[in-house]
Design a protein around this ligand. Structure first.
Ligand code: PLP
Length: 397
């Protein structure tokens, strides 16, 4: 009854751990979750009000399949003003979250057997979406020393005649790392030698950057715009995860193919959310910078505290709301109950079950030497989480 397509998909490890954390909490056990992939803030009031107005004014119908023209114009203006990208509104498609934009981009461009390069550690959904498009995900292993950023040489060594696409994510989920203009220029140099490779650039964390400006592969090499799809959305920067609104901007043939798929699968995202998105891109940005300042304070606190724990090595990433410490020194150690810690999953399960703190194992992101800590929670919760982490990790011998 179940298709091969569904059978070959992996269950999301992030959901597995958060499911177990929720179960423990239901059983009355105190659990602090450092596994959230979403801001803990409320959507700014002016955005909510625009949605309320849309409801009371009766903006209840379908919009165009690709999204409201006014919103696509606002996105084109934003991409010009903030990113120096030139897109016309008909090169933009709005979807139910950036996730759908990425999935449909792959469905629109990947044929069975095509290889898609994904620097690891990666966002959990990329390889699974490639598999859904019948492509072959090819992880490109990176190193902690390079803050898990793929070098031009690592990229070059993974390209084969079957390579059709590269997925870049900066700022990164799960590491918070951001590519610099220089690094992107080097990567672009390799891509220019391979004109058949499409670039999917996921810039969903663009507004959560603590030092310097967001840079995209298209800032490094604008000439790649005829084979680059920019993915962005409202979930992270504006704390709008539940509104389900994201978009893809790219070359017209690709965007038309994506729109065709969308027209048969889902149609446009909610009209109410689109009105909210319009308010987000045309309204004040102060709420975004306030959230960013709060994230910065938490990052600084967490990085310092984690590095104070013997055996943990954690670089301070410039973006997103995640840390990805190196925890390899704990492998081979024993819990007080005599259980051996062999993998990052063992370590995360031990920390969850014995110390009530939930992080996501690096195994889920294709990098077994780390674990992902989300600091999208209050300072009080983070302080208690640090106490539990210290307790748990120093009890291993
Ligand atoms: C790297 C990355 N891309 C895309 C998404 C999906 O965002 P959306 O909520 O807009 O679908 C996420 C959400 O976790 C993400 O971390």
């Amino acid at each position: 009854m179940i298709s091969d397509r569904a059978e070959q998909l992996s269950e999301s490890q992030t959901l597995k751990i958060s499911g177990r954390a929720k179960q423990l909490a239901r059983d009355g056990i105190s659990v602090i979750s450092l596994s959230a992939g979403e801001p803990d803030f409320k959507t700014p009031a002016h955005i909510c009000n625009a949605a309320i107005d849309a409801i009371t004014e009766g903006f209840h119908g379908y919009t165009m399949n690709t999204g409201m023209p006014e919103l696509r114009e606002a996105i084109a203006a934003k991409l010009k003003r903030e990113n120096q990208f030139s897109y016309t509104p008909d090169q933009i498609v709005l979807s139910n979250g950036a996730k759908q934009s990425i999935g449909f981009s792959l469905l629109a461009t990947i044929n069975p057997g095509d290889e898609v390069l994904i620097p690891a550690p990666y966002w959990v959904s990329y390889p699974e979406m490639v598999k859904l498009a019948q492509g072959t995900p090819v992880p490109v292993k990176t190193t902690y020393a390079a803050h898990y950023k793929m070098t031009a040489e690592q990229l070059r060594s993974h390209i084969t005649p079957q390579t059709r696409a590269l997925i870049l994510c900066s700022p990164s989920n799960p590491t918070g790392a951001c590519y610099t203009l220089k690094e992107l220029k080097e990567i672009a140099g390799v891509l220019k030698e391979h004109p058949d490779i499409l670039i999917i650039s996921d810039e969903i964390y663009e507004y959560i950057i603590f030092s310097g400006e967001h840079v995209s592969i298209l800032n490094a090499a604008p000439e790649l715009s005829d084979r680059t799809i920019i993915i962005n959305g409202f979930s992270k920067g504006f704390a709008m995860t539940g509104w389900r609104l994201g978009y893809a901007a790219g070359p017209k043939p690709v965007i038309s193919a994506l729109a065709k798929i969308q027209s048969q699968e889902t149609s446009a995202p909610s009209s109410i959310s689109q009105k909210a998105g319009l308010a987000a891109y045309t309204g004040p940005m102060t709420p975004v910078s306030k959230m960013r300042d709060a994230f910065r304070e938490r990052r600084d606190y967490m990085v310092e505290e984690l590095n104070n724990i013997e055996g943990v090595d954690c670089f301070s990433p410039p973006g997103a709301f995640y840390l990805f410490p190196d925890i390899r020194s704990f492998f081979g150690k024993l819990t007080p109950d005599g259980e051996a810690i062999k993998t990052s999953t063992d370590l995360c399960l031990y920390l969850l079950e014995e110390h009530g703190v939930a992080a996501v194992p690096g195994d889920a992101f294709g990098e077994p030497g780390g674990l992902r800590i989300s600091y999208a929670t209050s300072m009080d919760q983070l302080k208690e989480a640090v106490r539990r982490l210290k307790n748990g990790l120093t009890s291993l011998s």
